[in-house]
Design a protein around this ligand. Sequence first.
Ligand SMILES: Cc1cc2nc3c(=O)[nH]c(=O)nc-3n(C[C@H](O)[C@H](O)[C@H](O)COP(=O)(O)O)c2cc1C
Length: 335
Amino acid sequence: MYNLIRKILFCFDPERSHKIALNFLKFKTHFRKNFISSGKDLCKPVKCMGLDFKNVLGLAAGLDKNGVYIDILSMLGFGFIEIGTVTPQPQYGNDIPRLFRVTPANAFINRMGFNNHGIEKVVSNLKKTVFKGVIGVNIGKNKNTPIKKGILDYIYCMKKIYHLSSYIVINISSPNTNKLRELQYGKLFEEILLGIKHTQEKLRILHKKYVPIAIKIAPDLSKQELIHITSNLIKYDIDAVIATNTTTDFSLITGLKNSSEIGGLSGRPLQYKSTNIIKKLSKELKNKISIIGVGGIDSLISAREKINAGAHLLQIYSSLIYKGPKIVKKIIKYL
Ligand SMILES: Cc1cc2nc3c(=O)[nH]c(=O)nc-3n(C[C@H](O)[C@H](O)[C@H](O)COP(=O)(O)O)c2cc1C
């Protein structure tokens, strides 16, 4: 069934087809019944970051940037949903076209550039959400905010969504916002962690609620850079690390259609690279900090590889589009 739907969806440009698919899920209850798995199979509770997850597999950031589809996406069986990336002010993102399929590799290249409706709108969407499970909110900085003032955007968003989030993700690894990845290195990284931790503590007291913080990192980091990251994650008592965002290494898709587009690569070609990062993180972090593994998970085997590498939770995005919603059940049921 999904093969047919995919054929139709792939006739449209990718960005439009993602929107059509989401609206299709939202409005066509008949199809919903076919897609939605029985809750029992998918209930394999895990505890992580002090939170109770229905199961280990979540939806990665980027599909529901504004938190409009949380209720319907949760019905696909995900153990948690991450929305965003959301920035303080609404922004259009990069010019369209900005999302490309690399179909033979089950991959996407995107240069969306944090297109979103802004944090105020996301706050009002979250208030309307019925879903009672774990919701992560992934936050970023606006394009026009200078990189050295980026911390102010993260703090602004944290203050707005703290009480409505189960956990908050600090996205410093998108390749599509100029210089954003510089926040992963040296003094800038430490300043971010310090500012975030300080804000978390103030908000914890204000709201009488502890909301864990996760840092989302790139797959394109050297061993030395990773060691600097892990030692500071421990030093600043960060709750989790999400590994990884998309890659700028296109060597595995050379010669394929769209491989010369600029952006970040997701899907199968990212699988090995992100698993390798998780292995290295796990070795350095020694279970002191949770690892959320994401990048190219498209089967039970690739999900197991991430868990064996040291991931405590998993997320998917690209394979949901290439393989359809049933991938969620397939992975969770046998994991
Ligand atoms: C179209 C698209 C948009 C994305 N937008 C975001 C985003 O806004 N914030 C973010 O942290 N990651 C974003 N990502 C990255 C995903 O969350 C994920 O880290 C990456 O795609 C690897 O997972 P996958 O191989 O399962 O797709 C996006 C990915 C895609 C394909």
